[in-house]
Ligand binder design. Structure first.
Ligand code: PAF
Length: 279
């Protein structure tokens, strides 16, 4: 079993020892409730680094409601067993007071790329993400950090953060892991009923169809309207956004120019699912 470290002092002592020995260190930040998507990040870290730390911390600062934070699954024992099978060296699972001790007063805010899409629908979410990620980098002192492309906007926010603050960590984006029917793996998928789970791949399907239509010459607004309608017809209650944006800066795009990303968020059975694909 990987050793579970609870304090900043413990993780720093462990990582310092590895670094003194000339070993490279990879970190995989997670909030636990691990699935195959997280494990693929841990495997990428395992393949690229001498030592791997997976952080498990349900970050209160990135939740928009106390109920959501409360509902978030905590499955540390099961997570540790899964990570043992991947061969990670340590799990850093601090208590909230270790990360945010009394008197904590700093917030990291990344302008621009964090503002549209998720940023517009979840005010403050990316400030919470940027703050905790900056802290996790400072705490673990890792050389490389592994993030899933599933949270594409988050990945762009983290890249901007480390560039702007000169944080000496290399950010590695890893491909989205999907179920056989195309649904992007997410800790939220288990909240769907059997019926909802069967309907859920309609989001990814509609996005693929829109991408294909745009490549074949359909104007973007038309292709995107058709995709939104298809998602609602399939049984989703709401589409927060389904948009074509530039991949890195997430600026609105009117037509394909080789650097596009289709990003979507939609709600099914009260469960908000997000996805994105290159176009
Ligand atoms: O992607 C997540 O699980 C979280 O946003 C992260 C990066 C672990 C920060 O809490």
């Amino acid at each position: 079993m990987p050793q579970v470290l609870r304090t900043v002092a413990e993780v720093r002592a462990r990582v310092s020892g590895w670094k003194w020995a000339g070993e490279s260190v990879g970190v995989v930040p997670t909030m636990g409730a691990l699935h195959e998507g997280h494990l693929s990040l841990a495997r990428s870290a395992r393949a690229a680094c001498d030592r791997v730390v997976v952080t498990i911390f349900v970050n209160p600062k990135q939740f928009n409601s106390a109920a959501d934070l409360e509902k978030y699954p905590r499955t540390e024992e099961r997570d540790a067993a899964l990570l043992a099978a991947v061969g990670v060296d340590a799990i850093f699972a601090p208590a909230p007071e270790e990360v945010y001790p009394p008197g904590f007063a700093t917030s990291v805010s990344v302008a621009g790329v964090s503002e549209p899409l998720e940023g517009a629908h979840r005010p403050g979410h990316f400030d919470g993400v940027a703050t905790v990620v900056a802290k996790l980098f400072g705490m673990t002192m890792a050389d490389r950090a592994f993030f899933g492309e599933k949270d594409w906007q988050q990945l762009m926010v983290v890249r901007r953060l480390v560039a702007d603050l000169n944080i000496p960590v290399e950010i590695i984006g890893c491909p989205t892991v999907r179920e056989a029917d195309g649904l992007a793996m997410s800790s939220r998928n288990v909240r769907l009923s059997e019926k909802g789970r069967a309907l859920a791949p309609a989001l990814h399907r509609a996005m693929q169809e829109a991408a294909q239509a745009m490549r074949a010459g359909t104007a973007a607004p038309q292709a995107l309207d058709a995709a939104r309608a298809a998602v609602l017809t399939a049984g989703y209650e709401a589409v927060d956004y389904l948009e074509l944006r530039s991949a890195d800066l997430l600026q609105p795009m009117e037509r394909l120019n080789g650097d596009g990303r289709l990003l979507a968020a939609a709600t099914l059975e009260g469960v908000r699912l997000i996805d994105n694909i290159p176009v």
